[in-house]
Design a protein around this ligand. Sequence first.
Ligand code: ADP
Length: 493
Amino acid sequence: MTTKYIIAFDQGTTSTRTILFDASGHIVATAQRELTQHYPQSGWVEHDAIEIYKHQKATFEEVLNKVNISEKDVASIGITNQRETTVVWDKETGIPIYNAIVWLDSRTKNYCKELKEEGHEAYVRANTGLMIDSYFSATKLNWILNNVEGAREKAEVGKLLFGTIDAWLIYKFTNGDKHVTDVTNASRTMLYNCKELKWDKKLLNIFNIPETMLPDVQISSSHFGNITYNNIEIPIYGVAGDQQAALFGQGGTAPGIAKNTYGTGCFMLLHTGKEFIVSKNGLLTTIACSLPNQEVQYALEGSIFVGGASIQWLRDQLQIISTAQETEDICNSIPPLKDVYVVPAFAGLGAPYWDADAKGAMYGLTLDTGKNEIIKATVEALAYQTKDVLKAMQEDGKMKLKKLQVDGGASNNSYLMQFQADMLNVPVDKPEIIEVTALGAALLAGLKAGIWNETDLQTLRKTEEIYMPTMTSEMRHLKYLGWKKAIKRTLTK
Ligand code: ADP
């Protein structure tokens, strides 16, 4: 019997990677290329879609060459990608008519403002679960059609195609045979009706987008086409946007399971099951990965603008630490009752407060407050902010969090993870493989290929450490009360 492998394409904002997993879910080989960032104007961010495809292909070949396996041993491929980034290409030539407009790009900010003034927000929220924002693909696609010479005319006669990065890669790797995307990516375009599970005619009308440009939409663990390599056909059996893939890779396949990625910013998703719930706290509703043969599943999504970035602020601006890692020992050296609070509202306050004008602040300073107390308070702020978002999610979803799965750079801080478990009063579970996004894509592809079944999902993701809550409820209550007071004083309205 030959050993089977699964390949994950992980196309991110700053790099493009290919990762080879074996049947026990271990990483066998990886290859990576940095992606060139183009900033043609302030607030604009673009990628060269051809470079993305070339890098994906090169890393794919590099991985196969690195290990002594034949392409015949690859059972299937899963794709995970930066979401919302928008590509438009010519149907006949397969050449993009403009650079990919990256999710971060805010050139359509004013157009979004107009759309809100025209009163479209309520419909968008109720049917896509999103808020009108330049992040999502719809206004970027509209911009390309309005600003690239001849684009609108060509689009109207069916000569142009649109796709997020997954659809673009599939189109290129299948030599133009397949123009498809998956539900998780479609749910970030602001054109997909997430309740009815189809492209929304009213939204296409508002954003002035011809329907012929749009890809067919499939569930995440299904057959998206084949990649031919050395005359061997390898099926693409999994596709998901990066955050949804991470939730899946973290075992988030049932309601009540949430994941938080502690990176520069923090990204949280709570699986809420088969009901489409619109948040009352300004969170987003998004489609989550479902298991094969399962109906569409949803998640609530929230982010913290300044997450690990506040630790960088301690290092680079205040210069009171030299590495992020040393914060752990410092936190452990301070007695728990010394309560200083840092509210890192450096970019305003996001969910659930939504105060763009708020600025960072510190509270509870006394003459004996030193730099270590400030460091500890900054680390703890990550946990308080996470609790705020998860609390809002649980209220919206009318469900109780069972446990929190964690990943990202700052999840290596054991003090923070223990404090997080204490604040949430649920176990915090850190996996062995921190590449949860790629693992999620591989799991989707391996499930469909029959390499793994649903029971395997729980064993393939191995826990490295579980942090159990140990704080008394009285102490938890007091500390969180202090945080809420600090937030109250920081809000500008
Ligand atoms: P990104 O993917 O956003 O670049 P990473 O997942 O690599 O982020 O995480 C890096 C962030 O995590 C940085 O902001 C850094 O300050 C923070 N970080 C890394 N290690 C620690 C640590 N041990 N304690 C606290 N913060 C940390």
